[in-house]
Design a protein around this ligand. Structure first.
Ligand code: GLV
Length: 306
């Protein structure tokens, strides 16, 4: 019974080291050198070649190597009945929250503006704080933690999501109340899973409903944002700036207009990178549970897409 790592273009060594540290006896095969495909019972995937899993006749479980599973669900050749699990990990959550808090504080205390002032030797004490109300789209493990930490810091916070939620711990707006949600806030954080419902949700129509000068933080997936709508939304004042970690094409092509746009801050999909040491115990645990036919951890709801 072996575990396959199928993560082309990434060095699998850190994963092999972390998994064998936690389970020294584990039999690991690494794509593209899977020479005993019939032995593979569980596959760890990140950007696998679509269709490839049909070469693994005894595959019983798929695990994402990250929090997101859109890269798996987009492969329509994967049988419906095959369970999919994902990484839910405190370290991943902690990194994501820190990144979003950094973006919110930067907007609130305008560090970017002071850096520009420093370059020009400008001493401008006006408006030292922008009052901030933060709305988080997607209130699962990651979004929920962002809301908790920002609320603890004293920021008013609001949640938005695609399901009804009664008694959520913060004001919560389901999908039909998007307009009311946007009317409350001036920082919009996208932490939604990528599904057919959420693809392209960050578009000019939505930005027009924002309070003028809203700051956008997208740490979910590039396909949530209609990229050609962002600069018009900035030009028209619906948005005042954006912090982006994800893009429709990654790495972001050198010709992309975002590189030269001062109102957009870019990072290269590093907001929260899965830590193999932290995530390996839950992968091993799921491998054991699979062997013992026990309920799995962090199972993805396939119809919901996350
Ligand atoms: C990263 O983007 C992840 O899904 O973990």
């Amino acid at each position: 019974m072996s575990l396959a790592i199928i993560s082309p273009g990434r060095n699998p060594k850190v994963w092999i080291d972390a998994l064998t540290f936690h389970e020294p006896e584990i039999d690991i095969q690494v794509y593209p050198d899977i020479d005993r495909p019939e032995d593979v019972k569980m596959a760890l995937l990140w950007q696998h070649p679509p269709g490839y899993l049909s070469t693994l006749p005894n595959l019983k479980l798929i695990s994402s190597l990250g929090a997101g599973v859109d890269h798996i669900l987009s492969d329509s050749s994967i049988p419906e009945a095959l369970p999919i699990v994902r990484i839910v990990d405190e370290k991943l959550t902690w990194s994501m929250t820190n990144y979003v808090v950094m973006g919110v504080l930067n907007f609130h205390r305008q560090i970017t503006r002071y850096q520009a002032d420093q370059q020009r030797k400008v001493w401008d004490m006006s408006k030292p704080e922008i009052p901030v109300k933060v709305g988080v789209m997607g209130v699962g493990a990651l979004g929920g933690d962002v809301l908790d930490k920002l609320s603890y810091m004293g920021f008013p916070v609001f949640g938005f999501g695609f399901s009804e939620k009664r008694d959520f711990r913060y004001p919560y707006f389901p999908k039909d109340e998007l307009k009311d949600f946007l009317a409350e806030i001036n920082v919009l954080v996208c932490l939604l899973p990528l599904t057919p419902d959420t693809e392209n949700i960050l578009n000019l129509e939505l930005f027009k409903k924002c309070k003028p000068g809203t700051f956008l933080i997208n740490v979910a997936r590039g396909k949530h944002l209609v990229e050609e709508d962002l600069i018009p939304a900035l030009d028209q004042g619906y948005l005042s700036g954006a912090l982006l970690d994800v893009y429709r094409t990654e790495p972001l092509p050198a010709s992309h207009p975002f590189w030269d746009e001062k109102r957009v801050q870019l990072t290269p999909h590093i907001a929260s990178v899965t830590n193999p040491q932290a995530a390996s115990p839950q992968i091993i645990e799921n491998f054991r549970r699979l062997k013992a036919n026990l309920p799995l951890l962090n199972v993805v709801n396939r119809p919901k897409g996350y």
